[in-house]
Design a binder for this molecule. Structure first.
Ligand code: GLU
Length: 379
C-alpha cells in the first residue's frame, strides 16, 4: 500500500486514538484488511500517536471456522462461537503486526468491569502501562462469560467507554459504510454524506438515519454508533465514522483529513468530569427512584441534592453506594447518582421530612439520599 502523504508529527491532530473495527471488516476484509491496519498503526506510532483497538469479529470468525452461515440464536451458541473465534481473531492480529515488530495484547471486558470503580481503575492502569510498553491493546467484549445482565451488548458502546476512560482524543468507528447520510442512501438516490457534525443532538432530530450494517454478526448499525458518539462528544472525545476498506483511512483521519463523518465533541467548559462520566454513562443503574415534580425541579433547575421528602417510590433492590436512576413519576429518567441509602431504607424514609425521620431513626445523619456532588443530570 502506498501512502499518499508523507506524514510528519505536526500533521497529526490526535495523540491517543481508539479504533473500533466491525465484524464485517474482519471476515470479509480478510487478512489484507488487518495487514493494512497494522501498517497504518505502525506509521501512526512512529509519529507518537497511541492506538488502542477495539475489535469485534470473535463470533463471526468462529462461525466462519465452522462454515455456519446463519445467525446463532441462543446466547450459549454465541458464547461458544466467540470462544472458538476469539483466539483465531487474535492470531490474525498477531500475524499482521509481527512484520512490524509490534506486540499486541488481548483484553476481554464486560460491563461489570466498568461498574466496579476499583476494577475499572485497574483496567485503566493496565491499558496505560501497555501503551507505555509500546504494546497495541486489542479489546473485545468477553462474550464467553457475558450474560444479558452484564453485557455491554455492542462494541460501539464498549469503544466509546474505553475512549472516554482512557482520555483518548478521538474514537474512530471503522465500518463498511462511508459515514452518516442525511437520508437512507439505499432508498434515496440524492442522499448525501454528512461530513461534519457540530451538534449531534440537532442532527439526530433532523435526519432519518437508517443505515444499518449488513453483516448479521455486527450488533451495531448507525443507531449504536450514534449512541457511542453521544457518550464521546459529551466527554470531549471527537468521533469519526468511516469506511475501513478505504485506502490509508486511519492515517488520513488522524491527520484530520475530510473523510467519513466527523462528530465534534462539545467545548471544554461543558465537559463532564471523569466521575460524572462514570455515573452517567458507564455504570448500569441498579434501580430507580421516582420523585415528585418539586424534587425534579430542584434537581434539574436548582442543582440541589435529592432529599427523602421528594421521593415517591423505588424500584429494584440496591444498596448504599450503588448508582441509580432518578425518574419523574411518569418514568422519564432525569438524572443518575450514587445513593446514600439502600432501597429498603428509602422505602421507610420516603416522603418524610428530616425532622420526622430523625424521630424514627435517631442515628439518621445524612439528609441527602443522593448528594448533588454525586448526581449527574441527563438531557
Ligand atoms: N463481541 C462480538 C464479537 O466479537 C461483537 C459485538 C459487536 O458486533 O458489536 O463477535
Amino acid at each position: 500500500m502506498v501512502y499518499s502523504t508523507l506524514m510528519n508529527s505536526e500533521n497529526l491532530k490526535y495523540c491517543r486514538v481508539v479504533v473500533k473495527i466491525g465484524s464485517h471488516l474482519i471476515v470479509s476484509g480478510s487478512d489484507e484488511f488487518i495487514t493494512s491496519i497494522a501498517k497504518q498503526v505502525k506509521v501512526l506510532r512512529e509519529h507518537k500517536c497511541e492506538i488502542i483497538i477495539v475489535s469485534s469479529g470473535a463470533i463471526a470468525t468462529g462461525l466462519k471456522e465452522y462454515d455456519v452461515n446463519s445467525k446463532p440464536k441462543t446466547i450459549i451458541e454465541k458464547q461458544c462461537y466467540a470462544a472458538v473465534g476469539q483466539p483465531l481473531l487474535m492470531n490474525k492480529y498477531i500475524k499482521a503486526f509481527q512484520p512490524y515488530n509490534i506486540t499486541v495484547a488481548q483484553i476481554l471486558l464486560t460491563r461489570e468491569d466498568f461498574d466496579d470503580r476499583k476494577r475499572y481503575v485497574n483496567i485503566k492502569n493496565t491499558l496505560n502501562k501497555l501503551l507505555h510498553m509500546n504494546v497495541v491493546p486489542i479489546i473485545n467484549e468477553n462474550d464467553t462469560v457475558a450474560t444479558e445482565e452484564i453485557k455491554l451488548g455492542d462494541n460501539d458502546t464498549l469503544s466509546a467507554i474505553v475512549a472516554t476512560k482512557l482520555d483518548a482524543e478521538l474514537l474512530v468507528l471503522l465500518t463498511d459504510v462511508d459515514g452518516i447520510y442525511d437520508k437512507d442512501p439505499a432508498v434515496y438516490a440524492n442522499a448525501k454524506i454528512i461530513r461534519e457534525i457540530q451538534n449531534l443532538d440537532e442532527i439526530e432530530r433532523e435526519c432519518r438515519i437508517s443505515t444499518k450494517s449488513k453483516f448479521f454478526c455486527g450488533t451495531g448499525g448507525m443507531k449504536t454508533k450514534l449512541a457511542a458518539a453521544k457518550i464521546c462528544v459529551h466527554s470531549g472525545v471527537d468521533v469519526v465514522i468511516a469506511n475501513g476498506m478505504k485506502n490509508n483511512i486511519l492515517v488520513d483521519i488522524v491527520e484530520g483529513k475530510t473523510v467519513g463523518t466527523k462528530i465534534y465533541s462539545v467545548k471544554k467548559a461543558n465537559r463532564v468530569t471523569s466521575r460524572d462520566k462514570w455515573i452517567a454513562f458507564v455504570s448500569k443503574p441498579k434501580g430507580r427512584i421516582f420523585v415528585d415534580s418539586g424534587a425534579a425541579d430542584a434537581i434539574i433547575k436548582k442543582n440541589k441534592s435529592l432529599l427523602p421528602v421528594g421521593i415517591r417510590k423505588t424500584e429494584g433492590m440496591f444498596k448504599k453506594g450503588d448508582v441509580v436512576s432518578v425518574c419523574t413519576i411518569d418514568g422519564k429518567e432525569i438524572a443518575r447518582g450514587i445513593v446514600n441509602y439502600s432501597s429498603e431504607e428509602i422505602e421507610v424514609i420516603k416522603k418524610k421530612k428530616t425532622e420526622e425521620i430523625k424521630k424514627i431513626f435517631p442515628q439518621f445523619s445524612t439528609e441527602e439520599v443522593i448528594h448533588v456532588d454525586n448526581l449527574v443530570i441527563l438531557n
